[in-house]
Design a protein around this ligand. Sequence first.
Ligand code: ZN
Length: 179
Amino acid sequence: MKAFAVNLPPMEPLNEKTIRASFINCSKGEASRISLPRGLAELPWEHLDFLGWRDPGAPDRGYLVAERENGYIGLSMRVPVGLRRSLLRTSICSVCLTMHGGSGVSLFAARRAGVAGREGNTVGQYLCTDLACSLYLRGKKQPVIGGRIEESLTLDELVVRARTNLEQFIDQILHGSKS
Ligand SMILES: [Zn+2]
């Protein structure tokens, strides 16, 4: 069984035009107004499986852009703000499986693409609040409180699993949950 590929290529650096054109679950108008991460060219692309960011000017939003076979898929998501969570209570990110205490994990709600989304259908997913899953996986960033479960997987295997988890989330937004 060959469950995992190896030597996954990192993300290609993306430019503003590509990022804005990638959004599938918001209007073109909204996509044109989203505040993009500063210093796009200087981001650590070689360590990223997807581009995720928060906008300090719009704390109830989160954004991510991931590569798919047919190009890039961008998601605009809503995040509840002002929730105070106990630092002692840990939650786990459903993409990278990093555990965080307090508000280090948030429930992101993404409107589904197309008609379903316009009718108000959303898909929710627990993700690292800062959307820095790629950096936690690689040990480039540590949770303020929390950590990673010791696993006997290689980094490539962890990356494949995280990308697969993200793919499933995106599939639900594109096509609805399989039930
Ligand atoms: Zn994560």
